[in-house]
Design a protein around this ligand. Sequence first.
Ligand SMILES: Cc1ncc(COP(=O)(O)O)c(C=O)c1O
Length: 399
Amino acid sequence: MVADKANPTAFLKAEVDDLKAKHLNWELHSLDGASTPHCVVDGKNVLMLCSNNYLNLSNHPRLKRAAIAAVRQYGAGSGSVRAIAGSMKIHFELEKRIAQFKEAEAALSYQTGFAANAGLIPQLVGEGDLIISDQLNHGSIIDGVRLTKAERAVYKHCDAVDLKRVLEEADAKNYRRILILTDGVFSMDGDIAPLPEIVKLAQEHGAMTYVDDAHGDGVLGDKGKGIVHHFSLQGKVTVEMGTFSKAFGVVGGMIAGSAPLCEFAFNKSRTWLLSGSHPPAVAGACIEALNVCDDEPRHWKKLWSNTKYFKRRMRKLGFDIGKSETPITPVMCGESEKAVQLSHKLFEQGVFALPIVFPMVARDAARIRVMMNAGLKREDLDFALGKFESIGKELKIIA
Ligand SMILES: Cc1ncc(COP(=O)(O)O)c(C=O)c1O
């Protein structure tokens, strides 16, 4: 685009118009109340099938009470970044509680998961080092990688054989440090990283391992302790990164690992050092989310029984739901237009499930991404399945 000196902000509208013309713009939807399995979106009563609130904790009375109690005791804001005057007792309590829940030596909370990836990855490696990343890693990992001077290599998605090939090539080059990065659960397909193989290869080649467990926290492992627990790899992964913004129903990033890792991380991560700390209500609610996971495993159990029921029934109806092994259930539609039509029709009939289209996924791999939730009852799932069946047939996605 040619620079327009007379109107330097002309690009703002022009670029959005261009996105609109290509149907790549976001249209925002408004929830009129809490994010619950039955909620009001854009003024319409719908069944929520696209939030990441897997355990239905975001409106849990214990979390709300904990947030209010934290406000009463500590106020609305922390007043500073953590490193100066913004570290309150409740922030340290949260970190102790994360370490205990994750069965790790230490933990550190970040403002968000994005801030953890963008802040820590560029500190772990730099010039003379190599990052090896799964082909389908999340955008926040990719942005963290962009901030480093390290060399980059990509291995085929979830393919330990290809990772081995990259590591063997790296052996010949004598890098100072090597960091292997992977999502734990991949957010578009719901498949799980082969972490035991990754850790084994890392040990053999002297590399560090970093797993982003944003979609495994609260979901995988006993009571939702995450992917490291799921594979019994406690103490063997260099960085177990996660988030409170999904299954735990609040917001906030975290890392768990060794005590030297956490001390290194808060001394070096620019996102941690240069940005205000969580309001006390967030820290209070996050602590209580972990307490609820320990005391009320019924949410975790219900999430999995709902997931198994929904997936089984969708497959029986003839839908292609990919290779997902988790509550993330992609409903493959082929072309973007089909996925958009399916989503619109579902919404008209009371089911809120959003399409994922190019460029987030390949052009012919557009899908509706259903996120299962522990708060959905059997009759809710049957209602949604009925709508998928009738609209799926109408749009010829299933026969
Ligand atoms: C795999 C993955 N990593 C990181 C994040 C970022 O987490 P947060 O919402 O805490 O910033 C997300 C959220 O979309 C995610 O899906």
